[in-house]
Design a protein around this ligand. Structure first.
Ligand code: 1GP
Length: 243
């Protein structure tokens, strides 16, 4: 499988269980300038809700991925560019490290391996639904997170390391530590990004800034600003003058 995320700066995560902002449509959602849309949520996601979002987004020219929160909601759809499957490295319930994945392989009528990639999550906001669900141990120092990131890349061959602060803006020092610890893997950061400045701040360290709730709470224009923040941060970090 190619690694399109290596060239991404920004991902928009759409929760199929949440309404769009105001009278916005999926056409608006698909025109924020993001590099890819990930469809996924932690709670109350069903295949019907997934399919509704997928069908609507597939009419527009944007890369489309499903992020299934559990094996029961995987939707087979040719419109998808692929599946990004979370593996929660700091879950204390092993179901979210290997159990869900084993169940998926067991019950699936064949997994589309060419379009399936795992994301090595480190969940860091103890108040987030995902932390509660996976019983994640969120008490992690920058050194701990760096070690998780390096283990993910070097021991487990993960192409994507995902620092997940869902619902709150994370600690830039932690993101910087994970950035320093990884060489090949693409570092995703998600959580609490709500404007240009926060996208820029996290994009200075992460390769890809993931924005979720903002599309539901403030709409496409607000998300467009975060795309710009992430792009500008990338442009500066690759600039020879950036130090
Ligand atoms: C959630 O990381 C994403 O999985 C984005 O988080 O909803 O806080 O933007 P927010």
């Amino acid at each position: 499988m190619s690694r399109p995320w290596e060239s991404w700066d920004h991902v928009l995560k759409v929760d199929p269980d949440k309404e769009l902002y105001g009278d916005e449509t999926f056409a608006d959602v698909c025109r924020t300038g993001t590099d890819a849309i990930e469809i996924g949520g932690t709670l109350d996601v069903t295949t019907a809700k997934m399919e509704r979002v997928m069908t609507a987004c597939s009419e527009h020219d944007v890369a489309l991925y499903q992020e299934p929160s559990n094996p029961a909601v995987v939707v087979e759809d040719e419109a998808l560019d692929g599946y990004l499957v979370p593996v929660v490295l700091n879950a204390t319930d092993p179901f979210w490290i290997t159990g869900a994945h084993k169940e998926w392989v067991r019950i699936a009528n064949g997994v589309d391996w060419d379009r399936t990639t795992t994301e090595a999550y480190v969940v860091l906001n103890p108040d987030a639904d995902v932390a509660e669900l996976t019983e994640a141990d969120c008490d992690q120092s920058p050194d701990d997170v760096a070690a998780f990131a390096r283990a993910a890349e070097r021991m487990f061959g993960q192409e994507i390391v995902y620092l997940e602060y869902s619902g709150t803006l994370g600690d830039p020092e932690v993101v910087a530590a994970a950035d320093d610890a990884t060489e090949e893997a693409t570092l995703f950061y998600g959580g609490g990004v709500g404007d240009y400045d926060s996208a820029y701040q996290m994009g200075r360290h992460a390769d890809v800034v993931v924005v979720g709730d903002l599309i539901h709470d403030a709409g496409a224009d607000a998300v467009r600003e975060t795309v710009q923040g992430a792009r500008d941060a990338t442009a500066e970090t690759v600039s020879p003058d950036s130090g």
